[in-house]
Design a protein around this ligand. Structure first.
Ligand SMILES: [Zn+2]
Length: 224
């Protein structure tokens, strides 16, 4: 059976979409047109979207990578949980331009939540192994470099170098402001284009804003 005919994977994607819908208070009518599922040929998952407001033709291409410890199915599920974030939140106006560390961080947190809420045997062990993996990558970039570097999608390129630092900063922010406020980073956008970290901070209740500034530093014009 090919990877894409694997009904368990389809079921898992349905589970992800349902969980995103609930976490972000969407109704089924608010969702973008359904995505097509395919296989990536570049060794990493790819999210493809037609430019413009019409999200018809969106594709999620998963990379069939065999993990030494976990085999193939869990890595496919974790990629799926991440890419569903882009289907829902990557602004159509910027595609294929700018991605953002905060969106990568939330895509990974939502993927972790999709794993944990899946009810599949070993889910908690796999989620912990994902977290260990993110923590192991934290030194791949600094907080300041992450906050000031635009992520552009180029063919074959990956922004996985921000995943570790984004996870670390994201967890600190979650502890400081709470998950409900952290999720606001998904929809805080400048003119419907790039994610707006400064706007998100300014919209927090003042005590939480101060806690978040303790983690991020003072808002700076060089922030992407
Ligand atoms: Zn991503």
């Amino acid at each position: 059976m090919s990877v894409l005919e694997n009904h368990r994977l389809r079921d898992y994607l349905d589970h992800c979409v349902a969980l995103y819908t609930k976490e972000f208070n969407r109704s089924t009518q608010d969702l973008p047109p359904p995505f097509d599922l395919g296989l990536s040929t570049v060794g990493s998952p790819v999210f493809e979207k037609q430019p413009g407001q019409d999200a018809e033709g969106t594709k999620i291409l998963l990379a069939p990578i065999d993990d030494e410890a976990w085999g193939r199915e869990w890595p496919l599920r974790s990629q799926a949980g991440h890419e569903v974030f882009h289907w829902l939140f990557t602004p159509p106006a910027v595609y294929p331009g700018i991605y953002h560390w905060a969106h990568e961080m939330l895509a990974n947190e939502m993927s972790l939540l999709c794993v944990r809420k899946s009810g599949i045997e070993d889910a908690e062990d796999y989620a912990r192994s994902m977290e260990i993996g993110f923590r192991a990558k934290v030194q791949e970039t600094t907080r300041v470099k992450m906050l000031t570097t635009e992520l552009h999608r180029d063919d074959g390129a990956t922004y996985a170098w921000v995943f570790g630092r984004a996870f670390s900063v994201g967890r600190q922010l979650r502890d400081a402001v709470g998950w409900e406020h952290l999720k606001g980073l998904a929809t805080s956008l400048e003119d419907e284009r790039r994610p707006d970290l400064r706007g998100w901070l300014a919209a927090l209740p003042r005590p939480l804003e101060l806690r978040a500034i303790n983690i991020l530093g003072q808002p700076h014009p060089n922030w992407v």
